[in-house]
Design a protein around this ligand. Sequence first.
Ligand code: KIV
Ligand code: ZN
Length: 508
Amino acid sequence: MSKRIYIFDTTLRDGEQSPGISLNIHEKVEIAAQLERLGVDAIEAGFPIASKGDFEAVKAIAQKVRTPVIVGLARAVKGDIERAWEALKYAAHPRIHTFIATSDIHMEYKLKMTPEEVLNRVREMVTFSKSLCPDVEFSTEDGSRTRPEFLFKVIETAIEAGANVINIPDTVGYSTPSEFGGLIKSIFENVRGIEDIILSVHCHNDLGMAVPNSLAAVQNGANQVECTINGLGERAGNAALEEIVMALRTRKDFYGCDTGVNTREIYRSSRLISHLTGVHIQPNKAITGANAFAHESGIHQHGVLSNRETYEIMTPESVGVRKSEMVLGKHSGRHAFVDKLKEMGYEHLEPAAINEAFERFKDLADRKKDVLDRDIEALINQKVTQIPEIYSLDYFHISSGNSTIATSTVQLKKGDEVIQEAACGDGPVDATFKAIDRAAGIQVNLKDYYLKAVTGGKDALGEVTVKVSKNGKVFLGRGISTDVLEASAKSYINAINKMVYETENERL
Ligand code: KIV
Ligand code: ZN
């Protein structure tokens, strides 16, 4: 009999703490819905006390996503726990996740508390959490650097107070696999009541060992792993969910464990999150990188053609990467388009979203001969979780060259209002962004600009991602078009729309 490992996804909490990531409520709900399709056991939806936005997102996810456990993070502080519960109480399966640091360095310098005070706080706050919610997880922050004797005492105290999940984080990514596995083993040997609860681990990737450390913990009895899609998270990130799940599945002979994850949803989840966060996936990234299943050398290609298993330890299909592509073009009708969406796994789209996607597909097919799966994926992701189009691009005209000053004229629409502005700039993109600033009457800082071709070929779709900031808050915008300047203008307007929408919503 294989052992069940629970997959606790923290993309929306620890992942969202990655530098430069900022997701709005619609994007968070969309991600949570995809995580539900992926089949994770628990979704840590946010840190409700952190901001009004975090609170509203946890509440919205608790209301909408019904199958997995929905988790809200709270320091071991009464106000945090109350706020977390206020957001979580709508969930079908709520869990309060409370934590406090237990290492000497954190207790002395950060908390300025004695070990005795920390123990008392654990007892009080776990008891309080349990009085609100039947499912309580407690984390020993910086657990891997905590004196083992004290760690055992803290865990025992939390279990006595009612915690049914205990999480041991390697908060600073300092541990090594044999050391961390040994720590988990020693917890099983030294803590009373440990066999009645779920023992979880949460590893950071500062030394590139988050996945091996998590797997070593599983080998030593841990039955929940906290992880994030694409390994997002604080600093160097967390253990990558797709790597944990596929290691357990591909090496079931070795680990003897199963998860409840539908691995065929891995690729789509990874792409959606990369798209919404603007964090691109390196080509050689395990499981989801563009080269993860590409065989370049002739010897490898020959081997794979004779028998896939010569060089492939898992199939691309098993993680949802599709090989065969039926190409669509301008003669393809709605029926073929809808069939293609189904084949690509977009069964969950609402009829209105399908209609809109079909309109965009027709528009693209007029400009691009062959519309490939990657193009369709970009069209779908482009519109997913869109906020209202407060400003839209009506037209633009650019004059540019290597010996002239670039000038751009843009016409935007805002409801029925038509606004035209022009500007000069340091190249056509800069001139266009300045003209848009003027038309919208808004000044933002451009922090990042990224252009990539969605597929190969001279008529490829260009996808532009921009990050702009205003008052310290970052907004990500995306635009796609076969014309990269149009894609640039659309991405910038998209970022401005998000900024205006969020600023107005915050005022309400
Ligand atoms: O890394 C960490 O210690 C955490 C805890 C809050 C679980 O993220
Ligand atoms: Zn963490």
